[in-house]
Design a protein around this ligand. Structure first.
Ligand SMILES: Cc1ncc(COP(=O)(O)O)c(C=O)c1O
Length: 440
């Protein structure tokens, strides 16, 4: 495709995503004068984001029993957002340190943060780090890290196609397309077993053109909660390397899935230990509860130190015109925690407590459905991992649960286990039972 048709395609997609292309398909809406006084009078209202829109609908519902299981943010047993103690401690240290200033960070962010983030995901003894083969840049949480990675690839990599799992986090397609890549999917989830379709996955990656980029969820796949086993990761790695595909890991849940930071990084480390190249986008939204601080990192593992430093020089050219340099506060919190042994240990305990509470919710929901004799096999609730359960409920059943029980979730039947508590499990189980027994 020549660059002008690629530009046109991106333009059309961005207008489509923004909802500016009318159903009549005219492409561009009518002239400003026909739409009243504002020069923006002909801007078409965009649809709500499918995930964040769930919270918008929830907020409008006056029911006292309403329950929001749409958004991927941790809640306490009391249903409240949580700021980790260790984060409060780090913030105190930062506030009381009079030597701290608010100058701009470098384009690539806080140096300590970058080094410590690479160690966290790759392991402190990683040969790739020791060999200076890794370049890490601080970005705006997981989303920003994925976007910077996409734009770098669109500019500097010979293949522009990225394969993402079907299904995947709803934002992936938009991030990568608007970042300049062509998005295709590979089979991932088997609705019959409610588990991994490893055969389909391997077949699809096997027929991807050499060099294609492959997006992999490092752990706690969103929305399915289905991860490959260690052996299956081994098969995926072998295939990816033998076909010269380029792995791009999205690590949004390290430590949040199993409660163990090293275990949740196993997939990434397996790929890095073979000496090959890969991309990793990290987010501290979930595992440190720093959602709104927008703190994350993009690491690119290269073949050698020389390539890594040239790659970093080009990453700066991607970032500078995008947001110039990243914010300082969230990255300083993370760096303060990661470099102090006591704070780090405290973090791991709080992280494990969050992960364990989610695992307990899985068990309670499973038990509640068993106690009600709800038709169907619900073992996937306890088998799936991470923040979400892909319930298998269909769109009609979801709509029924929202209308009759004021329970909000994405229409694909994904529920956030982190939004549940012992108090709300019976209400959810009643709703699922009613939906399954009355709506086909
Ligand atoms: C799979 C996945 N990747 C990336 C993100 C990015 O989140 P953030 O930009 O808040 O770090 C999320 C958030 O829900 C996610 O689920």
């Amino acid at each position: 495709m020549n660059s002008s048709s690629a530009d046109r395609r991106l333009y059309m997609l961005s207008r489509h995503l923004a909802g500016t292309i009318s159903n009549e398909g005219s492409g561009i809406s009518s002239s400003p004068t026909s739409a009243g006084n504002s020069v923006f009078g002909n801007v078409v209202r965009a649809p709500e984001d499918p995930i964040l829109g769930v919270t918008v609908a929830y907020n409008k519902d006056p029911s006292p029993v309403k329950l929001n299981l749409g958004v991927g943010a941790y809640r306490t047993e009391e249903g409240k957002p949580l700021v980790l103690n260790v984060v409060r401690k780090a913030e105190h240290l930062l506030v009381n340190d009079r030597s701290r200033i608010k100058e701009y960070l470098p384009i690539v962010g806080l140096a300590d943060f970058n080094k410590l983030s690479a160690k966290l995901i790759l392991g402190s003894d990683s040969p790739a780090i020791q060999g200076n083969r890794v370049t890490t840049v601080q970005c705006l949480s997981g989303t920003g890290s994925l976007r910077v990675g996409a734009e770098f690839l669109a500019k500097h990599y010979y293949q522009r196609t990225i394969y993402i799992p079907n299904p995947t986090w709803g934002n992936h397609t938009k991030i990568f397309t608007l970042g300049g890549l062509t998005v295709k999917t590979y089979r991932y989830y088997d609705p019959v077993t409610r588990g991994l379709n490893i055969q389909g996955l391997l077949e699809d990656l096997n027929s991807a053109p050499s060099g294609s980029i492959v997006l992999l969820h490092a752990c706690a796949h969103n929305p399915t909660g289905v991860d490959p086993t260690f052996d299956q990761w081994g098969q995926i790695r072998q295939l990816i390397r033998s076909k010269n595909l380029l792995p791009f890991f999205d690590s949004a849940y390290q430590g949040f899935a199993s409660g163990n930071l090293d275990k949740d990084a196993e997939s990434v480390r397996m790929f890095v230990s073979d000496g090959g190249e890969c991309f990793i986008a990290q987010s501290y939204a979930k595992n440190m509860g720093l959602y709104g601080e927008r703190v994350g990192a993009l690491s690119i593992v290269c073949r050698n130190a020389d390539v890594a430093s040239r790659v970093e020089s080009q990453l700066k050219l991607v970032i500078r015109p995008m947001y110039s340099s990243p914010p300082i506060h969230g990255a300083s919190i993370v760096a303060t925690i990661l470099k102090d042994r006591n704070l780090y240990n405290e973090w791991t305990l709080e992280l494990k407590a969050m992960a364990d509470r989610i695992i307990t919710m899985r068990k309670q929901l499973f038990d509640a459905l068993s106690a009600r004799g709800t038709p169907g096999n619900w073992t996937h609730i306890i088998k799936q991992i991470g923040m979400f359960t892909f319930t298998g409920l269909n769109t009609k059943q979801v709509a029924f649960m929202t209308k009759e029980f004021h329970i909000y979730m994405t229409s694909d039947g994904r529920i956030s286990m982190a939004g549940l508590s012992s108090r709300t499990v019976p209400h959810l189980a009643d709703a699922i039972h009613a939906a399954v027994t009355t709506v086909g």
